[in-house]
Design a protein around this ligand. Sequence first.
Ligand SMILES: [Zn+2]
Ligand SMILES: [Zn+2]
Length: 158
Amino acid sequence: MVLMLKFFSEDEFIQILRKHGYKATPQRLTIFEVLKSKDHPSAEEIYEAIKKRFPSISLTTIYQTLHLFSELGIINELGFSDNRSRFDTNTNPHINVICPVCGKISDLEDELVVELWDSLEKKLGKKPIKHRFDVYAICDTCENKIQAGRVRIEVKNI
Ligand SMILES: [Zn+2]
Ligand SMILES: [Zn+2]
């Protein structure tokens, strides 16, 4: 059984902000919408998508907003060794399957993952504050390119 992806709705998002004394500004709402429309985007990708609507917004503001969302538990920041963080709106226990060639990240949600988290929680005797589980596998698109001899494997993002 594959579980439904869990993202915060816009109403829940606004409530979380208000509960912590933050306003749901048009910028914050748009950043949240862009986050949900992309798969594990980087801050730069969000910036590119948003600056058309808010030409005066800076990359620093995007970073600050993403760090705020992450602190409030709305998203998870996935830091990597190349310093390019990716942002995950799926707050359910899941495995991030990362393509080491193109960097694409897809979520794997499975009953097994939920069972693993449940048993980890029991072993720890407490609820973990945060979770992150990454698995590296070459995606289908890159696999096809490699088979066609069009790319050489250049492993990054690990
Ligand atoms: Zn790939
Ligand atoms: Zn994810």
